[in-house]
Design a protein around this ligand. Structure first.
Ligand code: PYC
Length: 413
């Protein structure tokens, strides 16, 4: 038993150090304000402090830390994207993920599982070959495999899918992993706070003050703050924040639902995604099946759950794993996906001096947490886009240089 735990157990007067400090009043001025206390915002605060020595920073979160999409995703980490820009960006993120537990001195339950993207049609096989070639070009461990590879690793899967849509092969991505999402947020949050950053929960940003095209401060539900730089790192609320500075983005918000079953004995140690069936599944370390599908069909700013989602997902899951018909669904929830026209994020500087944007995270935000934090911190400090995020700049839509990532967005949308 760890010594610290024993001390805590035996001595009622010994108090375990708080993970986060008690709430303090807001200061009148910060060098930088980060809007959003999810993984991305907390990671940015952490790298600002750790790598740039910038600590006069406030992270403002309207709810609780990691209570938005950070705590609502299905924790998949992978870098098997389609575009060179996406592959390099997510590969850098995956590499940071691998060292996070050590950086934080906190177990983030990073579990390397391997990731199959199943192909049920010839055209899906073509896309898998395309992705594999781009991945290999950048040194990413991805390859197209046939049915025997899948059968050997996932013996309980019905590769014929009940005869409806037989699996032809898959893209196999050995580095694919899962991690505990809230631990990632807490690790970044604690690391930032220990270095002097302030984290304010239940603090809603109600306005951003801009004079002469330059950021001067923010208004919040707890009063006004002066600052020269604001970094918006929210999900589901990006249009609300960008409208405060008069900025338009092509983001549309769709709910993305997920659910878990009751726990069962371990039978699935890889991550399975089927873009054609619009379903994906992994088994958590507790034994639950963590499952999801594509985004809801209509634009909606809501985290409501629907029966339609479970019904349709169960239909697909039964094709892949017929025995799951006996399992009960234990929990169901939704997040809000900020979807862009090219299925890539929007990152970096904006036409408003001192206003930086990290948005458009659709269904691909969790896996980008470390690299978003790191590159946005660098961008805000240097007032110039980090080279890894330059392709994701907002102006790409006006310039017609989009980063077409739809073919790698996991489940079809
Ligand atoms: O990008 O791997 C992914 C993913 C899985 C579920 C939603 N997005």
């Amino acid at each position: 038993m760890p010594w610290r735990l024993l001390k805590f157990a035996l001595n009622p007067n010994h108090s375990e150090p708080r993970f986060f400090p008690p709430e303090t009043p807001l200061k009148e001025r910060y060098d930088m304000v980060i809007i959003g206390g999810g993984g991305h915002g907390l990671a940015c605060a952490y790298y600002l402090a750790r790598e740039h020595g910038v600590t006069n920073v406030a992270v403002l979160e309207q709810g609780y830390l990691g209570g938005g999409n950070t705590g609502r995703n299905t924790t998949i980490v992978r870098s098997n994207y389609l575009t060179p820009e996406g592959v390099q960006f997510y590969d850098a993120s995956l590499k940071l993920f691998e060292d996070l537990a050590e950086d934080f001195d906190l177990n983030i339950f990073y579990s390397n599982r391997g990731h199959y993207t199943l192909a049920h049609t010839d055209s899906a096989m073509r896309t898998m070959r395309w992705r594999a070639e781009v991945n290999k070009h950048f040194g990413i461990d991805s390859e197209v495999v046939d049915r025997s590879h899948i059968a050997a690793n996932v013996p309980d899967m019905d590769l014929d899918c009940g005869g409806d849509a037989p699996v032809l092969g898959a893209l196999w991505h050995a580095p694919g992993a899962v991690a505990r999402h809230d631990a990632v947020a807490w690790g970044y949050g604690r690391g930032a706070y220990q270095r002097g950053v302030e984290i304010h929960q239940k603090t809603r940003v109600t306005g951003i003050k801009v004079d002469d095209g330059k950021v001067r401060g923010v208004s919040t539900s707890r009063g006004d703050i002066a600052c020269d730089k604001v970094i918006s790192m929210v999900a589901g609320s990006s249009p609300r924040i960008t409208s405060m500075v008069g900025l338009e983005t092509p983001i549309e918000i769709y709910p993305l639902q997920a659910c878990v079953t009751e726990p069962v004995k371990p039978f699935l140690d890889t991550i399975i995604v089927s873009g054609s069936l619009h379903a994906y599944v992994s088994q958590s370390s507790r034994g639950e099946l963590v499952m999801g599908a594509s985004v809801d069909p209509n634009v909606l700013h809501s985290t409501r759950s629907s029966f339609d989602f479970v019904e349709e997902l169960a239909d697909k899951m039964l094709d892949l794993f017929p025995f799951t018909g006996r399992l009960r669904v234990m929990r169901q929830w939704a997040g809000m996906s900020d979807i862009t026209p090219d299925f890539a994020p929007i990152m970096g500087k904006t036409p408003i001096e001192g206003f930086y944007l990290d948005a458009g995270w659709g269904t691909w935000g969790f896996k980008a947490t470390p690299i978003s934090g790191k590159t946005m911190a660098w961008t805000a400090v240097n007032d110039r886009n980090h080279e890894l995020i330059e392709p994701f700049r907002l102006e790409r839509f006006a310039d017609f240089v989009q980063v077409g990532e739809r073919g790698a967005a996991s489940v079809g949308h």
